[in-house]
Design a binder for this molecule. Sequence first.
Ligand SMILES: [Zn+2]
Ligand SMILES: [Zn+2]
Length: 454
Amino acid sequence: MRIRFWGTRGSLPKPGRATLRYGGNTACVEVRTASGGLIVLDCGTGAHELGQSLPETSQRPLRGHLLITHTHWDHIQGFPFFAPLFDASTEWDIYAPGGLGKRLEETLAGQMEYTYFPVTLEQLGATVRYHDLVEGAFEIDDVYVLARYLNHPALTLGYRLEVGGASLVYAVDHEPHAGHDTEADAEEKTALPVHQEDRRHIEFLAGADLVIHDATYTLEEYSQRVGWGHSPVEYAVDVAVAARARRLALFHHAMSHDDDAMDRIVAGCRERVRARGGDLEVFGAAEGQVIELPERQPRRAGGVDDTARRITAGGVGRRTVLIVDDAPDVLSVLMRTLQIEGYRLLTADDGESALRIARAERPDLILLDWILPVRDGLAVCRALRAESDPKLRDVPIVLITAQTEPEHVAAGFAAGATDYLTKPFKVAHVRSRVRGWLLRTSASANGNEAGEPP
Ligand SMILES: [Zn+2]
Ligand SMILES: [Zn+2]
């Protein structure tokens, strides 16, 4: 695999003298396989230069695959300026998280509406196929792709690409699920995180030759930005070390981090790796930088279960969500947030009625407050997990609580919670978390009968 960074920043392009070395463009990474395959990760403003280079570096007719993590501006703003899309001889397959009601094509067309842009999506000359993805696996030619939901206020997928024994993970626009404590001593830092989703994140990165990871903030900056969906650099280092990855590219540089700030951040990260006794190589992703990951063995395509393409035709709009909270203000915020998604909503304000409603209505997801009258959230979790109805035993339960201490988080998972969201939460986070769990469960419940990719 040959990887080239065309845009490394997050949020907003930052051209100018202070960003010459690490670059000023937003997220776009080119991946070439030994067999000539072309995969583009995200389509931020860096995609413009990439598009200019492709006629010289590619065979004709040009064929490419574009993997979009999510449709926040900094990941799609280069799309209308990506020249190969206007070339009738080229073919593109475009993939992004789906099942959100609005399909990928409509979302991309949105930023090209007359008000914002003079050319519409229909005017693109290339043959373009759109693919909605959920968490799971699929293949692009001889490349095995694993898509995994990340923790971000919009539903976001990270991608792990494997070919010929070489592996690359692209995990941007993600923040730790259970905070990140820099003061913990070295022994605690090497222990696995208590939040199950943080553990899954480390599994996702496991043994990768290169991890391109969100590293938007320093830990100090992150303390003021919890819930914004981005990682402190220290977390990126710690998960990459825990995953025994070989190299870590800090990515999605903050608007306020110029070249000098990036040099200091990279030096700090290397110091952190040394202090932990790791051999991880850390660098700040720089525009124009090329990384080669040798492919050690040939890989034949086929044999992969296409789980990432199993999206139900109707999406998740008509699913039932039970919200359990005794605080009327929290209940009404959650109701208003989830009503927008078109779910069927049920509510309860104590543990006993929560159980009664769950048994009668068999919801697809439960948002559950920990502290409740009659029976608390943990008791409700345990009772549901002991039911004879498999739907209730397996229903995703997202525990919502202000308890952030590791022992509390661990107790929540031990009681049978599927996920753990700490208050104060951002409503956008609740939306993306609920969507993610509903999509995950609908994809696995639908098995082979699920729809074909569009
Ligand atoms: Zn971003
Ligand atoms: Zn984003």
